[in-house]
Design a protein around this ligand. Structure first.
Ligand SMILES: [Fe+2]
Length: 253
């Protein structure tokens, strides 16, 4: 079974389009998203429509659930006053521009999805999809988390040897195996933060005895996205953020 896992699209329609084209030629059996469909770019409704039209199921990111529930902030991290201001501006813009239909649909996204690629009639591998961690979609599971942290996370999820725990939220892809459990951060389609502007996603090949993880990066029309941000009333800094893969502003997600 080959899954394509796409996360943190963040209302970037050109990036989503390019990733779906790439997935189309790679024979994925199924596509799932790992949340944060909206925020930071000007196509929240178009991204939600495209995901629904393509029949792509997935989980609620912090941006999705906070927009859906009128929460007081997006649950995003910031490291200084300017980043905090940008975070609030993006959240306010997104809340103002999501249609009632998009907002309602974002509220229906599940917190977690468990997949059984071999059917579930044998105890074979489980692939668990979450946005942050198993308790909150706001927790950043970054690559520098300790082995002990990840082992506890796997245990809390109920993961066993051969299983996969997949998540996003940090916008930086990585993969580590501990105790036979694969921990996979799928990176970000629409707002990478690792210095690489290309849209990122993961192809996951699962058999009864093997798990293969391929992180893919796909070029897209980043200038179209940058232009649309500048014309939208969103903070102009978000255009340069996309062009530089997050290098222009270090820590907001
Ligand atoms: Fe995100």
């Amino acid at each position: 079974m080959r899954y394509a896992l796409i996360s943190d699209i963040h209302a970037n329609l050109p990036a989503l389009g390019a990733v779906l084209v790439d997935i189309g030629v790679r024979d994925a059996d199924a596509v799932y998203h790992l949340g944060d469909l909206v925020g930071y770019a000007p196509w929240p409704n178009e991204v939600a429509d495209r995901i629904r039209q393509a029949g792509i199921r997935g989980v609620a990111g912090n941006y999705d659930s906070t927009v859906a529930t009128d929460y007081k902030h997006c649950g995003c991290r910031y490291e200084d006053a300017r980043q905090e201001e940008l975070s609030h501006l993006s959240y306010a813009w997104t809340r103002e521009h999501v249609s009632p239909e998009t907002k309602q649909w974002l509220g229906t996204l599940p917190f977690r999805i468990d997949l059984r690629p071999l059917g579930g009639h044998t105890p074979g591998p489980t692939v668990t999809l979450i946005h942050g961690n198993q308790t909150l979609n706001t927790v950043y599971v970054t690559e520098d988390r300790s082995d002990d942290f990840l082992i506890a996370m796997g245990a809390a999820i109920g993961a066993r040897r051969g299983d996969v725990v997949a998540f996003g939220h940090t916008h930086r892809p990585w993969h580590r195996m501990l105790g036979g459990i694969h921990f996979v951060n799928t990176g970000s389609v629409g707002r990478p933060k690792d210095g690489n502007w290309r849209a990122g996603y993961v192809l996951l090949d699962v058999t009864a005895s093997t798990v293969d993880v391929e992180v893919r990066r796909v070029e897209y029309d980043v200038e179209r996205a940058a232009r649309a941000i500048l014309e939208s009333g969103l903070p102009g800094e978000f255009a340069e953020y996309l062009r530089t893969g997050g290098s222009s502003l270090s820590a907001i997600a």
